[in-house]
Design a protein around this ligand. Sequence first.
Ligand code: GDP
Ligand code: ZN
Length: 452
Amino acid sequence: MKSINQTIVAPTTSLTNQAIALIRISGDEAFDIINKLIKYPIDKTKNVLFKKLYDEKELVDEVIITSFVAPNSFTGEDVIEIACHGGILNTQRIIKLIIKKGARMANKGEFSQRAFLNNKIDLIQAEGINDLIFAKNEMALKIGVNNMGGIYNNGILEIKNQLLDVISRIQVSIDYPDYDDVEGSSIDELTLSLEKINVYVDKLLKRSKLANSITNGIKTAIVGKTNVGKSSLLNALIQEERAIVTDIEGTTRDIVTGQINFQNLTLDLVDTAGIRKTNDIVEKIGIEKSLNVIDNSDFILLVVNAENIYDQDNKDLISKIGDKKHLIVVNKKDLISNKDIIEISKKFNNVIFTNASNYDVDDLINCIEKMFLNEELLKNENLVLINIEQINLVEQIKDKLLKSLNSILEGMPIDIVNVDLNVAWNLLNELVGEQYDEEIIDNIFKKYCLGK
Ligand code: GDP
Ligand code: ZN
C-alpha cells in the first residue's frame, strides 16, 4: 500500500498537438495544490470554473477547472481536472508546476487503481476478517491474513489493468482506425496479451480452488477394493466409530463421511463402497457411487491391501484416478515384512504405509499436510479467492477470454472479440464488487489509451 495517499497528476488526453489538453489531479492535496496556482481558492460548491493559472506571479495559461469532491469522483478521492491549452510544451509545463507544488506523476492506470482500491478495501478486509473467524486450520488463517492485507485486491488489479489495456487498444482501433500504428495493436500483439491474461486467470482459478478446499475442507475420497481397510482408515482418521467396520466383504454400501481438522488443513472424507466386480445389485449401486465420488473429489486416498497390491482392480483404479492429486495408502502393513515395505516404496513414489486397525496413521497425516503445504499458494504475493461465488465468476471470465481468443484465431471482426472482452470486463468488475456506468468505462478506456 505504498503512497496510496500521495496526490497524483497525469494528462488524460494525448500530448500530441490538440487544441485542448486535459490534466487530472487526484488525492487529498488536490485542492491545496491547485489553490497554490490560482489567485482565489476554488469554491468547492461550483463544479466548473474558469481560472488563470500562475507560476508565482507569471501568467501561465487560462484554463477551465472542473472539481469533484471525494467520494463523488472517479477515484473516490478529491479530483481536479484542468482543461488547458493543448500542445506538449504548455501541458508539460503545467504538470511540472503541479508536481512542484506537491503532487507526483501518476503511474499508468493509477487513477483506475485508486478507484478500485477506494471502493473495495472494506470488502476485502471484511472477507479477510470473516476468514479469520471461521478458520478451521492454520493455513486457512494464513490465507485470511493475506486477504486482510489487500493482496487480493492487487492481484485482481493486475488482471484488470491488463484487460483494460487490451480493451482500450481494441476500442481505439475501432474508434480511431488511424491510431493503429501509434498504438501498435497488431492482432498478434493482442493475442499475446490475451494469452498472458488467460494464463494468469487460470493460475488464479487453480490457486483459489485449492485455497477454497483447504479452508473449507479438501474433498477427499477413500477408495479401494472391498476389505482393504477403508472404513478402518476413516475411523482412525476421525477417531470415532462412524463407519461400519466388518469382516464381511461389501458391507459399506452407503457412503459414509467425516470431517477431520489437521493442524494445517481440513479434509472432508468420504468412504466409499469397495470397488469390486460384483453381481449383488445393492452393492453395484454402491460401486457406481464410488466412481462418481472419484470424479467429484479433489484428493483421493487409494487404499490397497499390503499383501495384494499388484492386482488388476488396483491398476484400473489408478487409471481412473488419472492425474488427480492422490496417495496410495498401503494398509495392513503389519501383515508384511519390513523388506516388503522397502521393496514397495521403491516401486511407487507416492505410497504411505498404515495400520488402520491399530490407529497407526501418523505417517499418512504428515504426508498429506506436506503435500498441500508445499503448494505455491502459501507464498505471500499470491492472490487467492475463497468465496465460491467469486471463483465461479473467475471461471466465467476465463470462458469469455477463451472465447475471444478463439474468435481472433477464427479471424472474426475485432468488434465481436470486443463484445466478449467487455463481458469479461464487467464480470471482473462484478468480482471486485464494482460496476461502472458503461459510458464512463468507455471514457476511461479512451483516455487510458490515448492519454499517454
Ligand atoms: P473396507 O471394506 O475397505 O472398508 O475394510 P474395513 O475397514 O471394513 O476392514 C476390513 C477388515 O480388515 C476388518 O476386519 C479390519 O479389522 C481389518 N483391517 C483394517 N485395517 C487393518 C490393518 O491395518 N491391519 C490388519 N491386520 N487388519 C486390518
Ligand atoms: Zn468399509
